[in-house]
Design a binder for this molecule. Structure first.
Ligand code: NAD
Ligand code: TDX
Length: 341
């Protein structure tokens, strides 16, 4: 069936993967990508999609009500998926204000446009970080959809506020909202400020690998395409007003991840440098995805041992993409974050 799907943040890591998936697997759908291209978006990421007649790109900021309403008026989307966000925890610790503006007020603008023009679905892309963290010594505990919201960083707090606002728009105005909360993603096109691409980039250039604290914090890693298939499953089979956790029971400590990357690249562990810990650093994330599996028939398909090889191979073959990301302001960012750590 013909549909127009409007994706915000579609030039970023996960949003672009989602656009690629829709163009490939839903041949009747038109994809409208609205992204203001912050530092986190390398325009080369969307180069291939731009050639597709079913893909339209608008450079617009979700905080700019007038611009967003204009796009809705022109495109009349059936479905809206909100990926656009400031997404890096360390940056939120340095400058919380922008996170509150984009992640909360930007989401409000997009939902107001949905109400004004009418949509079949507004989907909010959320994170497991809204549940806070779990202790390292309780491997029996997991995040469920009804785990209390208990955020640690300005980033996770802004994402929690956006989730709650979306659910409030459902209850108050009847907006057909769904929310997904996913664990840490990895894969091609991730900006090299996040753990996995940063470590691949540094190891490739024989630079030190800065591991926070003792490297014992645990994250639950999911291949980015599995996340995108989960979002599509929520759109097509999920119940309005519901939250779905997406994750693949793939917990690894940061030091394990770093050692896997070094070994895959044939680089020595002497490159590891333990640095000052992140403020308020969450100990462990671990998703229980059983609701998504039972209700949507969704389960991840890429095993970590395969996904990490695919990912490393992609960054090796596409060094030019990383080089584009790490030129210009990246060096200033890197010095500020890691210079005196
Ligand atoms: P990203 O930082 O790679 O991409 C974000 C995109 O949003 C960029 O293209 C950026 O230009 C755009 N953007 C930012 N502010 C904007 C604004 N005001 N107007 C329009 N566009 C704007 O992020 P990502 O890792 O792809 O994350 C996408 C979404 O998924 C986010 O909402 C994030 O909170 C969520 N999420 C991410 C992960 C993860 O592991 N990366 C896990 C769970 C949830
Ligand atoms: O240089 C580093 N050294 C290090 O030890 C960096 C950048 C990170 N780390 C640690 C901190 C975390 O324990 O690695 C872990 C992963 O860090 P990030 O890649 O920054 O991810 P995280 O903070 O877990 O948040 C991510 O997952 C949930 C995404 O950035 C969020 O957007 C998503 O919502």
């Amino acid at each position: 069936m013909k549909k127009t799907i409007l994706v915000t943040g579609g030039a970023g890591f996960i949003g672009n993967c989602f656009c690629k998936l829709i163009l490939k697997e839903r041949p009747d759908w038109k994809v409208v990508n609205v992204d203001c291209l912050t530092y986190a978006a390398n325009p080369s990421t969307i180069r291939e999609e731009m050639k597709d007649p079913r893909y339209v790109f608008y450079r617009e900021d979700i905080r700019r009500r007038e611009g967003i309403f204009e796009i809705f008026k022109k495109e009349r989307p059936d479905v809206v998926v909100n990926f656009a966000a400031e997404s890096h925890v360390d940056r939120s610790i340095e400058d919380p204000g922008l996170f509150l503006q984009t992640n909360i007020l930007g989401t409000q603008v997009v939902m107001d446009a949905c109400r004004a023009f009418g949509v079949e679905r507004f989907h909010q892309v959320g994170t497991d970080e809204v549940y806070g963290d779990l202790p390292l010594d309780r491997p029996d505990l997991f995040f469920h959809e009804d785990t209390p919201i208990r955020t640690s960083s300005p980033y996770s707090t802004s994402k929690a506020a956006a989730d709650l606002l979306a659910l409030a728009y459902h209850r108050t105005y009847g907006l057909p909202v769904t929310v997904s909360r996913c664990s840490n993603n990895y894969g091609p096109y991730q900006f090299p400020e996040k753990l996995i691409p940063l470590m691949i980039h540094n190891a490739t250039h024989d630079k030190e690998l800065p591991v926070y604290g003792k490297g014992l914090n645990v994250r639950d890693w999911l291949y980015v395409e599995d996340h995108c298939r989960g979002i599509l499953a929520v759109l097509e089979k999920g119940k309005v007003g519901e939250v779905y956790n997406l994750g693949g029971h793939n917990e690894k400590s940061n030091i394990e991840i770093v050692k896997i990357i070094l070994s895959e690249l044939g680089k020595p562990e002497s490159l590891i440098r333990f640095v000052a810990d992140r403020k308020g650093h969450d100990q462990r994330y671990a998703i229980d995805p059983s609701k998504a599996t039972a209700e949507l028939g969704w389960a991840p398909t890429t095993m970590f041992c395969d996904g990490i090889k695919l990912t490393i191979a992609w960054y090796k073959e596409n060094g030019w993409w990383l080089d584009e990301c790490t030129s210009g302001d990246y060096l200033k960012y890197y010095d500020k974050m890691y210079g005196n750590r």
